[in-house]
Design a protein around this ligand. Structure first.
Ligand SMILES: *[C@@H]1O[C@H](CO)[C@@H](O)[C@H](O)[C@H]1NC(C)=O
Ligand SMILES: *[C@@H]1O[C@H](CO)[C@@H](O)[C@H](O)[C@H]1NC(C)=O
Ligand SMILES: *[C@@H]1O[C@H](CO)[C@@H](O)[C@H](O)[C@H]1NC(C)=O
Ligand SMILES: *[C@@H]1O[C@H](CO)[C@@H](O)[C@H](O)[C@H]1NC(C)=O
Ligand SMILES: *[C@@H]1O[C@H](CO)[C@@H](O)[C@H](O)[C@H]1NC(C)=O
Ligand SMILES: *[C@@H]1O[C@H](CO)[C@@H](O)[C@H](O)[C@H]1NC(C)=O
Length: 380
């Protein structure tokens, strides 16, 4: 889970430009820390089994079983901001390798110390070693690969064990409900315990803009299985989209190139129906984010989770994705760099030039303080 009020996040907010003086913020920080931490722990659902929130060492994936006791003191490894302290809470600074779907790309990405997260696609297919269909790394319409999901994960676990300073997280993009259900079953069998690095389960679970006719991954089944088997992992949830190359020569009025209220509501309804309490990031396409500020604010605000705050992960395809860069930048900053992961191509990242913008807006500091007050209020 993404703890809202760790010392790190509080320190981050209190040192950003705000109306609060250092002294006021300091007093508040101490008060909030002293009062909220034990209560927050109590309010976690019993089935959350968060690693690192109690005194016992976090269970680990197979090869991590003999990890040093020091690990027990580490924060929740699913909290990306604390797993990668170098980004200092600025989620847009997380670095990504895309479509890590082959042995060669995996080796290169693991060896690249500049990369933090590996994004990879999972389909049902065969490998030279496995004539039967298993979850393999690949993008439809591919159904063969030289890298199975199991081998992919073993390699990441081994790398992370041997190279603590350049540990990676993974985002697995499941292309069908069939491969997802098989993959989760195989993960449960082959890896004991929980991963001690960030693992995101991603799928497009609902139809989205612009009138996309791609078949989404079955939302109810996707959410139910995650809740049952991996209730502490980050869910990365998106809508199917039609943009860029898929538009051909069609021109789409701006009014359609967005996540509208109905689209957003279909997601929060699905989460409510499945009673999801684990951390959530919404995978949203850059072109539509530029036109959907109010709707996305509403989406984040109406994600009712037991703890943690929902985030966005802005992605884009290639240069055929037409994006209003100025508006996209404005909207990312309005939502806050502490709430937005940026998984876009190099060119768009360069145009956005987010590094030169301060981390938090005053508004997000005030929101955080209000949220603190509410936690205290509920706890007392
Ligand atoms: C790993 O990276 C180093 C330089 O950073 C390079 O010399 C080496 O060849 C790379 N190894 C692989 C397997 O890519
Ligand atoms: C894999 O894809 C190829 C080409 O699209 C197709 O001919 C074949 O039937 C597929 N194999 C399976 C097992 O689905
Ligand atoms: C691994 O690195 C993290 C910080 O990057 C540190 O907190 C942790 O103690 C290290 N773990 C081990 C086992 O060295
Ligand atoms: C999307 O579908 C709606 C309802 O069928 C239609 O009114 C609208 O014109 C379509 N928009 C685009 C851009 O195709
Ligand atoms: C758009 O492309 C289709 C075929 O892909 C073609 O039939 C149509 O004439 C094109 N329309 C315009 C306005 O270029
Ligand atoms: C956030 O949600 C609450 C109720 O869930 C509502 O009262 C509030 O107005 C919302 N705020 C925004 C900015 O949408």
């Amino acid at each position: 889970m993404v703890p809202l009020y760790t010392p790190e996040t509080m320190a981050r907010h209190s040192s950003s430009p705000s109306l609060w003086t250092r002294a006021q913020a300091g007093v508040l920080l101490v008060a909030v820390l002293v009062l909220s931490v034990p209560h927050q722990a109590e309010s976690l659902p019993a089935d959350a089994a968060l690693p690192g929130t109690d005194a016992s060492p976090a269970p680990a994936m197979q090869t991590m079983a003999a990890a040093p006791a020091a690990r027990a003191q580490e924060a929740d490894p699913q909290d990306v901001a604390s797993f990668f302290p170098g980004i200092k809470g600025d989620l847009t600074k997380l670095t990504w390798a895309h479509a890590v779907n082959s042995r060669d790309l995996l080796a290169k990405s693991l060896n690249d110390s500049g990369i933090m997260m590996l994004e990879a696609d999972v389909v049902l297919g065969t490998t030279p070693e496995s004539p039967n269909q298993v979850p393999v790394m690949g993008h439809p319409p591919m159904n063969t690969s030289d890298l199975s999901l199991q081998e992919f994960l073993r390699s990441v676990v081994t790398h992370n064990t041997d190279n603590n300073a350049t540990r990676k997280g993974v985002k697995l993009d499941f292309k069908s409900i069939g491969v997802y259900e098989k993959a989760i079953d195989s993960l449960k069998q082959n890896f004991a315990g929980v991963p001690d690095f960030p693992v995101w389960l991603n799928a497009d679970i609902l139809p989205g803009p612009v009138n996309s006719t791609n078949t989404p991954v079955d939302a109810a089944r996707f959410l139910a299985k995650a809740k049952a088997e991996y209730p502490y992992l980050m869910l990365s949830l998106g809508w199917t989209t039609r943009w860029g190359k898929a538009l051909g020569n069609e021109t789409v009025p701006t009014a359609f190139a967005k996540y509208n209220e109905q689209t957003v509501k279909s997601m929060t309804d699905a989460l409510d129906a499945a009673q999801i309490t684990q951390p959530i990031t919404y995978a949203v396409r850059a072109a539509f984010v530029a036109n959907s500020l109010d709707e996305l604010k509403m989406l984040l605000n109406e994600t009712h989770q037991a703890s943690g705050k929902a985030t966005l992960t802005v992605w884009s395809s290639d240069e055929t994705d037409i994006v209003n860069v100025a508006q996209l930048k404005n909207n990312i900053l309005a939502i806050g760099k502490d709430r937005v992961f940026l998984d876009v191509g190099e060119e768009l990242a360069k145009q956005l030039d987010l590094a030169s913008s301060a981390l938090s807006t005053c508004a997000s500091v005030v929101t955080t303080l209000l949220a603190c007050a509410m936690v205290l209020f509920r706890a007392l």
